[in-house]
Design a protein around this ligand. Structure first.
Ligand code: NAP
Ligand code: ZN
Ligand code: ZN
Length: 347
């Protein structure tokens, strides 16, 4: 039976979020019903509510950093049991047949993948995300949250955590490697923690000096303000890996100048406008400019286990459903320390 559950939604593009109800499908053969406890606010939620990436599907219930408890399982479920602590990230299905799906890289599915919200599922029904009290998800797209991580601080790992873990491990951040993280927001602060835990030498490049003390506590070895023009001269050719988490268009040429010859700059930020790059920034020094999107299901589980083993989780500010619109404004003002998480019991 389809059930209506409480949620907070944007009724149309650029409107404040309001309370509503949305349908959740009946628990199928391989589904789990999750009572959502916490949902993180990702900057991607704001881009989508504001139609910054193109036409959204409204009403929109954002939220792809979901942590909760399994309250019901379908008859064919083997991976999770009632009472399990579980998480859901940015996608809830993929085609399972394309080359990427077969290799366990479902985030790059070239067939019909299904995003957790702002998408249509295989049956053409709109998907609604984590700013809600319950969600029904296929067990294969549901992660196990290790006991050691509090559920509220675990929620942001499902997007912010894996979005940094994936490029850091893919480009082998570790001992002897110099890594710069650009932007100290939700993604950036997880990048600092994970890169530090992997053994890399970590530098934070932030717009101002406001977050310096925090960055050093999170595990950064060095911190520079990018508003200071001296920074770019001082750090020229310094880094094996630069990861930009910035949500706005950036001067990529300036940041590529900080990469060592043969080094890589990975962009994970998803600004709404295109950016211009001078190809000479790559030619001189045989540099690579790459992108990376979230992580696979297996990689997300690996990241959660890594975080538990290293006692890592997000730095969060827990808010009620009534504070979400205000939180959006603070994220847009780079005033998030370092992830807002909605207490789903207030929805
Ligand atoms: P966030 O918490 O708002 O952090 C972004 C940070 O970027 C800010 O805290 C700020 O850091 C810096 N920044 C913002 N505006 C800037 C500007 N105009 N110039 C320079 N720096 C600026 O956002 P988030 O949730 O971490 O997400 C960051 C971006 O990644 C968003 O575009 C989001 O959509 C995208 N994203 C991508 C993926 C993926 O799979 N690739 C996954 C999740 C999110 P400082 O104050 O330290 O400068
Ligand atoms: Zn996200
Ligand atoms: Zn696929």
């Amino acid at each position: 039976m389809t059930t209506n559950v409480s949620a907070i939604a944007a009724p149309a593009a650029n409107t404040p979020l309001v309370r509503t109800t949305v349908p959740r499908r009946p628990v199928g053969e391989h589904d789990v019903l999750i009572e959502i406890k916490y949902a993180g606010i990702c900057h991607s939620d704001i881009h989508q509510v504001r139609n910054g990436w193109g036409e959204g599907i409204f009403p929109m219930v954002p939220g792809h950093e979901i942590a909760g408890i399994v309250t019901e399982v379908g008859p064919g479920v083997t991976r999770h049991r009632v009472g399990d602590r579980v998480g859901v990230g940015c996608f809830v299905d993929s085609c399972r047949e394309c080359e990427q799906c077969r290799q366990g890289l479902e985030q790059y599915c070239t067939g019909k993948g299904t995003s957790t919200y702002n998408d249509l599922d295989k049956n053409g029904e709109p998907t609604y995300g984590g700013y809600s009290t319950h969600i029904v998800v296929d067990e294969n797209y549901t992660l196990r949250i290790p006991e050691g991580i509090p559920l509220d601080a675990a929620a942001p790992l499902l997007c912010a955590g894996v979005t940094l873990y994936s490029p850091l491990t893919h480009w082998q951040a570790g001992p002897g490697k110099k890594v710069a993280i650009v932007g100290l927001g939700g993604l950036g602060h997880m990048g600092v923690k994970i890169a530090h835990a992997l053994g890399a030498e970590v530098t934070v490049l932030s717009q101002s000096l406001k977050k310096q003390e925090d960055a050093l506590k999170l595990g950064a070895d060095h911190y520079y303000a990018t508003s200071d023009p001296e920074t770019f001269a001082a750090l020229r050719g310094s880094f094996d890996l630069v990861i930009s988490t910035v949500s706005a268009p950036l001067d990529f040429d300036a940041y590529l100048s900080l990469v060592k010859p043969d080094g890589t700059m990975v962009n994970v930020g998803a600004p709404e406008e295109p950016v211009k790059v001078a190809l000479f920034s790559l030619i001189i020094g045989r540099k690579t400019l790459a992108g990376s999107m979230i992580g696979s299901i297996a990689e997300t589980q690996e990241m959660l286990d890594f975080c538990a083993a290293h006692s890592l989780a997000a730095e969060i500010e827990l808010i009620t459903a009534d504070q979400v619109n205000e939180a959006y404004e603070r994220v847009l003002a780079s005033d998030v320390r370092y992830r807002f998480v909605i207490d789903a019991s207030t929805i």
